[in-house]
Design a protein around this ligand. Structure first.
Ligand code: P6P
Length: 334
């Protein structure tokens, strides 16, 4: 009888701890905490249609968006799990105007901080479309034992120690990188464990999928309009036009494009002249993962991971995908 061993997320984290010779387990414990919170959120999302947690919580977040009850629940779960880990000194999340600093002795001495979108794409919850959690992990710059500073949170994306996302879809997956490749874990509900299902994810060199909300076409920069026109002409290598796929949930669109080869675009629009997506907890983590999988993320002509943030909820135009597809886009941008 062939024995079939699954590698759980926790086994993988421990095995990979050797990648960091000076690691004393802090990052491992932080990643465990994220896995636990993800399972709690997943449990709630799976019942969303059945329990009265749909609809607005009546609060409005810093983005001016109605907070769905699951947004609030997810935010609370991740904050609680990360605080309990004792490995995080503070968190910046989409759901909180200001940073959430942990002032217990253990956390105040922690060396990591987290920027996260606890539940991205939440407007899709009520219609049963995939949503996601996105997280980004940094080392603090300020001295351990002191109150974290705003500079701790406003580091460029290239300083990330780790980044990942959870996609709550037809199955629930956690995909993350610590700078040594990208690995995907699928939640096995019968075990209650995330199990390694997509080792060493490498995005295809190119592709024919493009993801953009063409409803904003008239407001796009000319170069983006030229790019859309290019996708609708015969593609030299495939002799066929590209395929438009847009779910309206960044994690779902990015995950499909990462595996199949595709480019996601959120250009400036009239409603969002700086772009809609947030640099700290959407673009930087997704950009880090894309780069680790062989892709690239830019704001137009600048690598996303090179941008020095000026504020917690700063927005940016965002284009992410295989290097060759990004190059085609950049060749058309002014
Ligand atoms: P639009 C969800 O609100 C989100 O932040 C991303 O997940 C998604 O890709 C984008 O906004 C959708 O925005 O303007 O096309 O509805």
């Amino acid at each position: 009888m062939q024995s079939y061993h699954v590698t759980t997320l926790n086994e993988f984290i421990i095995a990979r701890q050797a990648d960091f010779p000076y690691a004393k387990g802090e990052l491992s414990r932080l990643l465990y905490a994220i896995g636990i919170a993800a399972k709690m959120v997943n449990k709630k999302i799976n019942k969303a249609g059945l329990v009265d947690i749909l609809g607005e919580s009546g609060e409005v977040n810093v983005q001016g968006e109605e907070q769905k009850k699951l947004d609030v629940f997810a935010d609370e779960q991740f904050i609680s799990a990360l605080k309990a880990s004792g490995e995080v000194c503070g968190i910046a999340t989409e759901e909180n105007d200001e940073t959430v600093l942990f002032d217990d002795d253990l956390s105040r001495d922690a060396k990591y901080l987290v920027c996260m979108d606890p539940l991205d794409g939440s407007s899709n919850i009520d219609v049963n479309v995939s949503v996601g959690t996105i997280f980004s992990i940094y080392r603090r710059l300020s001295d351990r034992g002191t109150k974290p500073s705003m500079d701790d949170f406003l580091q460029p994306g290239k300083a990330q120690v780790a980044a990942g996302y959870v996609i709550y879809g037809s199955s629930t997956m956690l995909v993350y990188t610590t700078g040594k490749g990208v690995n995907g874990f699928t939640l096995d509900p019968s075990l209650g464990e995330f199990c390694l299902s997509h080792p060493n994810i490498c995005t295809p060199e190119t592709g024919i999928i493009y993801s953009i909300n063409e409803g904003n076409y008239r407001y796009f920069p000319e170069g983006v309009k030229k790019f859309i026109k290019y996708t609708q002409e015969e593609n030299a290598s495939t002799r066929r036009p590209w395929t438009s796929r847009y779910i309206g949930s960044l994690v779902a669109d990015f995950h499909r494009n990462l595996l199949k080869g595709g480019i996601y675009l959120y250009p400036p629009t009239r409603k969002a002249p700086e772009g809609k997506l947030r640099l700290l907890y959407e673009c930087n983590p997704i950009g880090f993962i894309a780069e680790q999988a062989g892709g690239k993320a830019v704001n137009g002509h600048e690598n996303i991971l090179e941008i020095s943030p000026l504020s917690l909820h700063q927005r940016t135009p965002f284009y992410v995908g295989p290097v060759k597809m990004i190059s085609v886009l950049q060749s058309l941008l002014d």
